[in-house]
Design a protein around this ligand. Structure first.
Ligand code: ADP
Ligand code: MG
Length: 567
């Protein structure tokens, strides 16, 4: 096929411009991202080859090669991974098919510094090549395809790319960066090695470079064509904790999570017992764009004895912990384990439940820490992922109490929409004689906060949780009590607040009851079958009347939600 010129999707064009102009001070990440992709490509080959060993084409030794050419001013990153077909090149490297893309672009401010953060969060991966290169040439052949069916993609980030058919003997991808003016410092053996050490040491495959030039015993420069491995090339999670620096943990996270930012927290442990496995699990600092997207791309990676098996977004972590990233490496599962086997595997169930406990434990240790820094981390976590964690109360019966302990709510105590009150905090502030946890649900925080149902509680100084999110309805429909205290809606049933009343109030109420008896009868007559009952209430102090539902009935808010969902 002849050489074709195609235009980038508008979003890609915009992204490239932004990258070039706001990330120019992050040149080292270009190498990191390309090596990370090369490693992913080898993982993908391994996974596909589980069922199609011929894809290895008699070359099963997967590796990444980094080289440079001072005269041509190019830097090359090559892998013998899965490679890409023509269609794959066009869809993977010319378009961004990701949910949240539109919102992402609408959030950009034009302020390079702020936008640089956002771009990182969006994950720019391959395109970061254009931070250091003014032209990128990618040549790739998909494993299993004939040598004549390779593809060359080339672009100078000017809105277009070319694509043509070429020959390539080895499978996999080779990326040549034609460096920008002024980026010559990267054409240095020492510099490249130090970048690889710093950012890609955790890569499990060997990253190879030509042996650095040395001097012979007469002091003459000796150039060797020997190839050597630059990184440790051993699984980071399998190394002892004491030998892993925070920086290495962070860089590994960025690779497995496709994130640019450091993680918020992590848990690394070797578990022995009925199942033997190692887990290295991270909680990101920021919610990804596709947190609410069913077609999420990333999840936790499963390895068996250091061999990558697959990345999975729902079998290794429950839905409500779908933001967790990292690896689980089993010592017991068979190497040829398939997606289908995993689906019904008791072993996986056990590993999953062990890992869930670890993650919940990690959250708990932040939440209950005496150190302010840890507490702040938990508050940050809650802002990003609290809504998702709330789903767990209904989803994970076995860990319901633990999850309930991690929940944070807004309440009348601070009377702001900040979700900072735990159920334990609430219980600690309960009035003498109070034995239930009061809450109100509504379709927004403001509606909850201004509900007439709260009047009497405010007057008596009884705290009420203000639940204004859709997911809160599901929380209270699955969580009936915490620490022996029932959860009670202030908008449901008869409220008995008599213990909080003094004699004077009681007398007043009795008098009111007999005074208003006729009025109530009249209202009942008028509303007839529209209501179940009409009662005198003491739950209001300023409003004249309000609607309540029976304890056993659906809350008015849930009824609205279901109606709006078409039920
Ligand atoms: P991400 O790695 O987060 O998916 P990137 O922008 O880094 O995003 O890469 C985009 C896609 O391009 C990858 O998902 C992959 O499908 C493809 N890709 C990039 N580099 C390679 C490579 N070396 N070999 C095979 N496919 C690649
Ligand atoms: Mg990538």
């Amino acid at each position: 096929m002849a050489k074709e010129t195609l235009g980038f999707q508008a979003e890609v064009k915009q992204l490239l411009q932004l990258m070039i102009h706001s990330l120019y001070s992050n040149k080292e990440i270009a190498l990191r991202e390309l090596i990370s992709n090369a490693s992913d490509a080898c993982d993908k080959l391994r996974f596909e080859a589980l069922n199609h060993a011929s894809l290895y084409e008699n070359d099963g030794e997967l590796a990444i090669a980094v080289s440079f050419n001072k005269d041509a001013r190019t830097l090359t990153i090559a892998d013998n991974g899965i490679g890409m077909s023509r269609e794959e090149v066009i869809s993977n490297i010319g378009t961004i098919a990701r949910s949240g893309t539109k919102e992402f672009f609408s959030q950009l401010s034009g302020d390079a510094k702020k936008d640089a953060n956002l771009i990182g969060q969006f994950g720019v991966g391959f395109y970061s090549a254009f931070i250091i290169a003014d032209k990128v040439t990618l040549t790739t052949r998909r494993a299993g395809a004939p040598a004549t069916e390779a593809v060359r993609w080339e672009s100078a980030a000017d809105g277009e790319f070319t694509i043509e058919a070429v020959e390539k003997a080895g499978r996999g991808t080779e990326i040549v960066l034609h460096l920008k003016e002024g980026e010559d410092e990267l054409l240095s053996d020492w510099r490249l090695r130090s970048i690889i050490k710093k950012y890609s040491d955790h890569i499990t495959l060997p990253i190879r470079m030509q042996k650095a030039p040395g001097y012979d015993k007469d002091g003459n420069v000796e150039i060797s064509d020997e190839i050597e491995t630059v990184n440790q090339a051993s699984a980071l999670w399998a190394r002892p904790k004491s030998e892993i620096s925070d920086e290495q943990y962070n860089e590994f996270y960025k690779h497995v999570a496709h994130d640019f930012e450091d993680p918020l927290a992590f848990s690394h442990a070797k578990v022995e017992g009925r199942q033997e496995y190692t887990e290295l699990l991270y909680i990101p600092a920021r919610a990804p764009f596709d947190l609410y997207d069913r077609e999420r791309r990333h999840g936790v990676k499963l390895y068996v004895k250091r061999v990558f098996i697959m990345e999975d977004s729902d079998k290794l972590m429950p839905q409500y912990l779908r933001f967790v990233r990292g690896v689980i490496d089993s010592a017991d599962l068979p190497l040829n384990v398939s997606r289908e086997i995993l689906q019904h595997s008791k072993d996986i169930e056990q590993i999953k439940s062990g890992c869930v406990k670890k993650v919940l434990g990690l959250l708990e240790s932040m939440a209950t820490s005496d150190e302010q820094a840890e507490k702040d981390k938990y508050a940050k976590f809650w802002k990003e992922f609290g809504r998702v964690l709330k789903e767990g109360v209904g989803e994970d019966f076995a860990n319901k109490d633990k999850i309930a302990g991690l929940l944070r709510f807004a309440s009348t105590h601070l009377d702001t929409n900040e979700e900072v009150v735990s159920l334990a905090d609430y219980i600690g502030r309960m009035k003498e004689g109070q034995d239930v946890i009061y809450y109100i649900t509504a379709d927004s925080f403001a509606a909850a906060q201004h509900s007439p149902h709260l009047e009497v509680f405010r007057k008596k100084g009884i705290e009420v949780l203000l639940l204004g999110d859709r997911v809160d309805e599901w929380v209270v429909s699955s969580l009936h009590e915490f620490d022996g205290k029932k959860l009670q809606s202030v908008a449901k049933g008869e409220l008995d607040l008599s213990k909080f009343e003094d004699e004077e109030e009681k007398k007043q109420q009795e008098a009111a009851a007999s005074d208003l008896k006729d009025v109530v009868e009249k209202v009942k007559e008028v509303l007839a079958d529209k209501v179940k009952d009409v009662r005198i209430t003491h739950r209001l102090t300023d409003s004249a009347a309000c609607i309540v539902v029976d304890n056993a009935d659906m809350s008015a808010n849930l009824e609205r939600l279901l109606k709006s969902a078409g039920q």
